[in-house]
Design a protein around this ligand. Structure first.
Ligand SMILES: Nc1ncnc2c1ncn2[C@@H]1O[C@H](COP(=O)(O)OP(=O)(O)OP(=O)(O)O)[C@@H](O)[C@H]1O
Ligand SMILES: [Mg+2]
Length: 324
Protein backbone atom coordinates (compact mmCIF):
# COMPACT_ATOMS: atom_id res chain seq x y z
CA UNK A 1 0.00 0.00 0.00
CA UNK A 2 1.83 3.14 -1.17
CA UNK A 3 -0.31 5.69 0.71
CA UNK A 4 0.55 4.92 4.34
CA UNK A 5 4.26 4.83 3.63
CA UNK A 6 4.08 8.06 1.63
CA UNK A 7 2.20 9.81 4.42
CA UNK A 8 4.63 8.56 7.06
CA UNK A 9 7.56 9.68 4.89
CA UNK A 10 6.04 13.15 4.62
CA UNK A 11 5.30 13.17 8.34
CA UNK A 12 8.83 12.27 9.30
CA UNK A 13 10.38 14.71 6.78
CA UNK A 14 8.25 17.50 8.30
CA UNK A 15 9.04 16.34 11.85
CA UNK A 16 12.76 16.57 11.04
CA UNK A 17 12.33 20.23 10.18
CA UNK A 18 9.47 21.54 12.32
CA UNK A 19 9.92 20.70 16.00
CA UNK A 20 7.28 20.77 18.72
CA UNK A 21 4.16 21.34 16.56
CA UNK A 22 2.85 17.78 16.05
CA UNK A 23 -0.85 18.64 15.63
CA UNK A 24 -0.24 21.21 12.92
CA UNK A 25 2.15 18.88 11.10
CA UNK A 26 -0.37 16.03 11.24
CA UNK A 27 -3.16 18.23 9.86
CA UNK A 28 -0.97 19.17 6.89
CA UNK A 29 -0.07 15.53 6.25
CA UNK A 30 -3.76 14.57 6.42
CA UNK A 31 -4.57 17.24 3.83
CA UNK A 32 -1.88 15.86 1.53
CA UNK A 33 -3.09 12.28 1.95
CA UNK A 34 -6.67 13.22 1.04
CA UNK A 35 -5.42 14.96 -2.11
CA UNK A 36 -3.10 12.08 -3.06
CA UNK A 37 -6.00 9.65 -2.70
CA UNK A 38 -8.08 11.82 -5.06
CA UNK A 39 -10.58 12.83 -2.39
CA UNK A 40 -9.74 16.52 -2.22
CA UNK A 41 -9.29 19.36 -4.69
CA UNK A 42 -12.47 18.67 -6.65
CA UNK A 43 -14.65 21.72 -6.06
CA UNK A 44 -12.42 23.83 -3.81
CA UNK A 45 -8.74 23.95 -2.77
CA UNK A 46 -7.20 20.72 -1.48
CA UNK A 47 -7.07 22.25 1.99
CA UNK A 48 -7.17 25.70 3.56
CA UNK A 49 -5.45 26.18 6.90
CA UNK A 50 -5.51 29.24 9.12
CA UNK A 51 -2.28 29.22 11.13
CA UNK A 52 -2.33 31.13 14.41
CA UNK A 53 0.26 31.62 17.10
CA UNK A 54 3.11 33.81 18.27
CA UNK A 55 6.05 34.84 16.13
CA UNK A 56 8.95 32.47 15.38
CA UNK A 57 7.29 29.18 16.29
CA UNK A 58 7.32 27.45 12.90
CA UNK A 59 4.25 28.63 10.93
CA UNK A 60 6.08 29.78 7.80
CA UNK A 61 8.68 27.07 8.31
CA UNK A 62 5.96 24.39 8.02
CA UNK A 63 4.79 25.73 4.67
CA UNK A 64 8.33 26.25 3.33
CA UNK A 65 9.28 22.76 4.47
CA UNK A 66 6.27 21.26 2.70
CA UNK A 67 7.23 23.01 -0.56
CA UNK A 68 10.80 21.85 -0.16
CA UNK A 69 9.80 18.23 0.48
CA UNK A 70 7.21 18.03 -2.32
CA UNK A 71 8.99 20.13 -4.94
CA UNK A 72 12.65 19.89 -3.94
CA UNK A 73 12.91 23.63 -3.28
CA UNK A 74 11.29 25.87 -0.66
CA UNK A 75 11.21 28.68 -3.24
CA UNK A 76 8.50 26.83 -5.18
CA UNK A 77 6.14 28.16 -2.54
CA UNK A 78 3.97 31.10 -3.66
CA UNK A 79 4.12 33.59 -0.80
CA UNK A 80 1.82 36.59 -0.69
CA UNK A 81 2.57 39.24 1.93
CA UNK A 82 -0.90 40.61 2.64
CA UNK A 83 0.59 43.71 4.29
CA UNK A 84 1.50 44.83 0.75
CA UNK A 85 -2.21 44.91 -0.10
CA UNK A 86 -3.62 47.16 2.61
CA UNK A 87 -5.18 49.53 0.08
CA UNK A 88 -7.73 48.70 -2.53
CA UNK A 89 -5.63 50.04 -5.46
CA UNK A 90 -2.73 47.75 -4.51
CA UNK A 91 -4.75 44.64 -5.25
CA UNK A 92 -4.25 45.15 -9.00
CA UNK A 93 -0.62 44.22 -8.41
CA UNK A 94 -1.78 40.88 -7.09
CA UNK A 95 -4.46 39.89 -9.58
CA UNK A 96 -3.95 42.35 -12.46
CA UNK A 97 -5.73 45.57 -13.40
CA UNK A 98 -9.09 45.53 -15.17
CA UNK A 99 -8.95 46.14 -18.96
CA UNK A 100 -8.80 49.83 -19.82
CA UNK A 101 -6.90 50.77 -16.65
CA UNK A 102 -3.43 52.26 -16.93
CA UNK A 103 -0.87 49.49 -16.71
CA UNK A 104 -3.36 46.76 -17.60
CA UNK A 105 -1.02 45.24 -20.19
CA UNK A 106 2.34 46.13 -18.63
CA UNK A 107 1.86 44.85 -15.08
CA UNK A 108 2.31 41.14 -14.57
CA UNK A 109 0.00 40.11 -11.73
CA UNK A 110 1.66 38.24 -8.86
CA UNK A 111 -1.07 35.61 -9.12
CA UNK A 112 -2.25 34.18 -12.41
CA UNK A 113 -2.92 30.78 -13.93
CA UNK A 114 0.61 30.82 -15.35
CA UNK A 115 2.11 31.61 -11.96
CA UNK A 116 0.23 28.67 -10.46
CA UNK A 117 1.59 26.35 -13.16
CA UNK A 118 5.13 27.53 -12.41
CA UNK A 119 4.62 26.46 -8.80
CA UNK A 120 4.03 22.86 -9.85
CA UNK A 121 7.03 20.58 -10.24
CA UNK A 122 7.52 17.44 -12.33
CA UNK A 123 7.43 15.35 -9.18
CA UNK A 124 4.30 16.98 -7.72
CA UNK A 125 1.45 19.03 -9.26
CA UNK A 126 0.23 20.31 -5.89
CA UNK A 127 0.61 24.10 -5.56
CA UNK A 128 1.56 25.42 -2.12
CA UNK A 129 0.41 28.98 -1.51
CA UNK A 130 0.81 31.11 1.59
CA UNK A 131 -1.06 34.33 2.40
CA UNK A 132 1.00 35.81 5.22
CA UNK A 133 -0.49 38.18 7.84
CA UNK A 134 -4.00 38.15 6.38
CA UNK A 135 -5.32 40.46 9.09
CA UNK A 136 -3.44 43.26 7.27
CA UNK A 137 -5.20 42.74 3.92
CA UNK A 138 -7.75 45.19 2.50
CA UNK A 139 -11.38 43.91 2.63
CA UNK A 140 -11.32 43.52 -1.18
CA UNK A 141 -8.59 40.92 -0.78
CA UNK A 142 -10.74 39.17 1.82
CA UNK A 143 -13.51 38.96 -0.75
CA UNK A 144 -11.10 37.42 -3.23
CA UNK A 145 -9.98 34.95 -0.57
CA UNK A 146 -13.56 33.95 0.14
CA UNK A 147 -13.96 33.08 -3.55
CA UNK A 148 -10.80 30.99 -3.35
CA UNK A 149 -11.91 29.11 -0.25
CA UNK A 150 -15.42 28.61 -1.56
CA UNK A 151 -14.86 27.35 -5.10
CA UNK A 152 -11.11 27.38 -5.64
CA UNK A 153 -11.59 30.34 -8.01
CA UNK A 154 -9.45 33.44 -7.82
CA UNK A 155 -11.06 36.31 -9.76
CA UNK A 156 -8.43 38.14 -11.75
CA UNK A 157 -8.48 41.79 -12.79
CA UNK A 158 -9.14 40.97 -16.47
CA UNK A 159 -12.35 39.13 -15.60
CA UNK A 160 -10.92 35.63 -15.94
CA UNK A 161 -10.17 33.42 -12.99
CA UNK A 162 -7.31 31.24 -11.82
CA UNK A 163 -8.03 27.71 -10.70
CA UNK A 164 -6.70 26.98 -7.21
CA UNK A 165 -8.32 23.57 -6.78
CA UNK A 166 -4.96 21.82 -7.01
CA UNK A 167 -3.57 24.06 -4.27
CA UNK A 168 -3.04 23.82 -0.57
CA UNK A 169 -3.77 27.25 0.84
CA UNK A 170 -2.17 28.50 4.06
CA UNK A 171 -3.21 31.72 5.77
CA UNK A 172 -1.21 33.04 8.69
CA UNK A 173 -2.13 35.57 11.28
CA UNK A 174 -0.53 36.85 14.47
CA UNK A 175 -3.83 37.91 16.05
CA UNK A 176 -3.82 37.29 19.77
CA UNK A 177 -0.06 36.78 19.64
CA UNK A 178 0.77 39.83 21.71
CA UNK A 179 -0.77 38.16 24.73
CA UNK A 180 1.27 35.05 23.95
CA UNK A 181 4.57 36.91 23.57
CA UNK A 182 6.91 36.42 26.44
CA UNK A 183 5.92 32.79 26.76
CA UNK A 184 8.36 30.00 26.77
CA UNK A 185 6.59 26.85 27.66
CA UNK A 186 3.22 25.41 26.90
CA UNK A 187 0.38 27.49 28.16
CA UNK A 188 -3.17 26.55 27.12
CA UNK A 189 -4.69 29.95 27.97
CA UNK A 190 -2.40 31.59 25.45
CA UNK A 191 -3.58 29.45 22.59
CA UNK A 192 -7.15 30.21 23.68
CA UNK A 193 -6.24 33.90 23.37
CA UNK A 194 -5.25 33.40 19.75
CA UNK A 195 -8.39 31.41 19.04
CA UNK A 196 -10.77 33.92 20.62
CA UNK A 197 -8.98 36.80 18.87
CA UNK A 198 -9.42 34.89 15.60
CA UNK A 199 -13.12 34.42 16.34
CA UNK A 200 -13.48 38.17 16.83
CA UNK A 201 -11.55 39.11 13.71
CA UNK A 202 -12.55 36.48 11.17
CA UNK A 203 -16.20 36.14 10.20
CA UNK A 204 -17.99 32.80 10.65
CA UNK A 205 -18.43 32.85 6.87
CA UNK A 206 -14.67 32.80 6.49
CA UNK A 207 -13.91 30.34 9.30
CA UNK A 208 -16.53 27.88 8.03
CA UNK A 209 -14.68 27.57 4.76
CA UNK A 210 -11.40 26.53 6.38
CA UNK A 211 -10.28 22.92 6.59
CA UNK A 212 -8.81 23.59 10.02
CA UNK A 213 -7.44 26.25 12.28
CA UNK A 214 -3.92 25.33 13.37
CA UNK A 215 -2.83 26.93 16.62
CA UNK A 216 0.93 26.91 17.03
CA UNK A 217 2.17 26.65 20.57
CA UNK A 218 4.92 28.75 22.14
CA UNK A 219 8.11 26.69 22.18
CA UNK A 220 9.30 25.08 25.38
CA UNK A 221 12.87 25.50 26.56
CA UNK A 222 13.81 21.99 25.54
CA UNK A 223 12.33 22.54 22.06
CA UNK A 224 14.33 25.74 21.70
CA UNK A 225 17.41 23.74 22.67
CA UNK A 226 16.64 21.07 20.06
CA UNK A 227 16.11 23.75 17.40
CA UNK A 228 19.50 25.25 18.26
CA UNK A 229 21.06 21.82 17.88
CA UNK A 230 19.29 21.36 14.53
CA UNK A 231 20.49 24.73 13.23
CA UNK A 232 24.07 23.94 14.32
CA UNK A 233 23.99 20.59 12.52
CA UNK A 234 22.61 22.29 9.44
CA UNK A 235 25.42 24.83 9.47
CA UNK A 236 27.97 22.07 9.96
CA UNK A 237 26.60 20.10 6.98
CA UNK A 238 26.80 23.24 4.81
CA UNK A 239 30.41 23.98 5.79
CA UNK A 240 31.43 20.37 5.13
CA UNK A 241 29.68 20.35 1.77
CA UNK A 242 30.93 23.69 0.49
CA UNK A 243 34.39 23.90 2.14
CA UNK A 244 35.25 20.35 3.17
CA UNK A 245 35.67 21.53 6.76
CA UNK A 246 34.30 19.38 9.59
CA UNK A 247 32.82 20.92 12.73
CA UNK A 248 32.46 19.10 16.06
CA UNK A 249 30.42 20.90 18.68
CA UNK A 250 30.97 20.60 22.41
CA UNK A 251 27.92 20.60 24.67
CA UNK A 252 28.76 24.17 25.72
CA UNK A 253 28.00 25.53 22.23
CA UNK A 254 24.21 25.15 22.53
CA UNK A 255 24.32 26.80 25.97
CA UNK A 256 26.43 29.62 24.65
CA UNK A 257 24.13 30.33 21.69
CA UNK A 258 21.03 30.17 23.89
CA UNK A 259 22.51 32.40 26.54
CA UNK A 260 23.29 34.97 23.89
CA UNK A 261 19.75 34.74 22.40
CA UNK A 262 18.05 34.92 25.76
CA UNK A 263 19.82 38.03 26.91
CA UNK A 264 17.95 40.97 25.45
CA UNK A 265 20.45 43.42 23.99
CA UNK A 266 20.21 46.99 25.21
CA UNK A 267 19.00 48.60 21.98
CA UNK A 268 16.97 45.88 20.30
CA UNK A 269 15.19 43.07 22.03
CA UNK A 270 16.30 39.92 20.24
CA UNK A 271 15.28 37.48 22.93
CA UNK A 272 13.80 34.05 22.33
CA UNK A 273 10.98 34.92 24.74
CA UNK A 274 9.87 37.67 22.35
CA UNK A 275 10.79 36.26 18.96
CA UNK A 276 10.46 32.50 19.41
CA UNK A 277 13.21 30.56 17.64
CA UNK A 278 13.83 33.39 15.17
CA UNK A 279 16.96 34.83 16.92
CA UNK A 280 18.72 31.44 16.99
CA UNK A 281 19.64 31.50 13.32
CA UNK A 282 20.95 35.08 13.54
CA UNK A 283 22.98 34.30 16.66
CA UNK A 284 24.55 31.28 14.96
CA UNK A 285 25.41 33.47 11.98
CA UNK A 286 27.13 35.98 14.23
CA UNK A 287 28.85 33.70 16.76
CA UNK A 288 29.74 30.78 14.48
CA UNK A 289 29.48 31.53 10.77
CA UNK A 290 31.15 34.94 10.77
CA UNK A 291 34.34 33.84 12.60
CA UNK A 292 34.44 30.73 10.38
CA UNK A 293 34.11 32.86 7.25
CA UNK A 294 37.08 34.99 8.38
CA UNK A 295 39.16 31.89 9.11
CA UNK A 296 38.33 30.41 5.71
CA UNK A 297 39.17 33.62 3.85
CA UNK A 298 42.43 34.10 5.81
CA UNK A 299 43.43 30.54 4.91
CA UNK A 300 43.59 29.53 8.57
CA UNK A 301 41.25 26.63 7.91
CA UNK A 302 40.59 24.71 4.72
CA UNK A 303 39.49 21.41 3.18
CA UNK A 304 40.17 18.38 5.39
CA UNK A 305 40.32 20.35 8.63
CA UNK A 306 38.31 19.24 11.63
CA UNK A 307 37.43 22.08 13.98
CA UNK A 308 36.31 21.57 17.53
CA UNK A 309 33.94 24.33 18.56
CA UNK A 310 33.37 25.12 22.24
CA UNK A 311 31.66 27.91 24.14
CA UNK A 312 33.02 30.12 26.87
CA UNK A 313 31.82 33.43 28.29
CA UNK A 314 29.19 33.91 25.57
CA UNK A 315 31.77 33.50 22.80
CA UNK A 316 32.73 30.45 20.76
CA UNK A 317 36.21 28.95 20.72
CA UNK A 318 37.74 27.16 17.72
CA UNK A 319 40.48 24.50 17.87
CA UNK A 320 41.85 22.64 14.90
CA UNK A 321 41.96 18.95 15.73
CA UNK A 322 43.31 17.58 12.48
CA UNK A 323 44.36 19.11 9.19
CA UNK A 324 45.78 17.78 5.93
N1 LIG B 1 8.97 24.71 15.42
C1 LIG B 1 10.17 25.01 14.89
N2 LIG B 1 11.05 24.03 14.56
C2 LIG B 1 12.26 24.34 14.03
N3 LIG B 1 12.70 25.59 13.80
C3 LIG B 1 11.88 26.60 14.11
C4 LIG B 1 10.58 26.36 14.66
N4 LIG B 1 9.98 27.53 14.85
C5 LIG B 1 10.83 28.47 14.44
N5 LIG B 1 11.98 27.93 13.97
C6 LIG B 1 13.15 28.69 13.51
O1 LIG B 1 12.78 30.07 13.52
C7 LIG B 1 12.72 30.59 12.17
C8 LIG B 1 11.48 31.46 12.03
O2 LIG B 1 10.30 30.63 12.12
P1 LIG B 1 9.01 30.90 11.21
O3 LIG B 1 9.41 31.69 10.01
O4 LIG B 1 8.33 29.63 10.95
O5 LIG B 1 8.17 31.80 12.20
P2 LIG B 1 6.60 32.11 12.14
O6 LIG B 1 5.93 31.23 13.13
O7 LIG B 1 6.14 32.07 10.74
O8 LIG B 1 6.59 33.59 12.74
P3 LIG B 1 5.88 34.94 12.19
O9 LIG B 1 4.52 34.93 12.78
O10 LIG B 1 6.72 36.04 12.73
O11 LIG B 1 5.89 34.91 10.69
C9 LIG B 1 12.73 29.36 11.27
O12 LIG B 1 13.31 29.64 10.02
C10 LIG B 1 13.55 28.38 12.07
O13 LIG B 1 14.93 28.68 11.95
MG1 LIG C 1 5.77 33.58 9.29
Amino acid sequence: MPLPSESSRLRSALDDRVLGQPDAVQAVVDGYVRWKAGLAGIDKPVAAFLMLGPTGVGKTLTVESLAEILHGDARMLIKIHCAEYRHSHEIARLVGAPPGYIGHKETQPRLSQRRLQEAQSKSCPLVIILFDEIEKAHPDLWDLLLGVLDKGDLHLGDGSSADLRQSMVFLTSNVGAREAAGAIGYCPERSQNAESAARRLFSPEFRNRLTAQLTYQPLSESQVRSITDLELRRCSARVRQTRGVGLAFRESVVNCVLEDCQTPSSSTDQSVATYGARPIRRTIERLLELPLAHMILDGRIGPGDEIEVGGKNRALTFHRRRGV
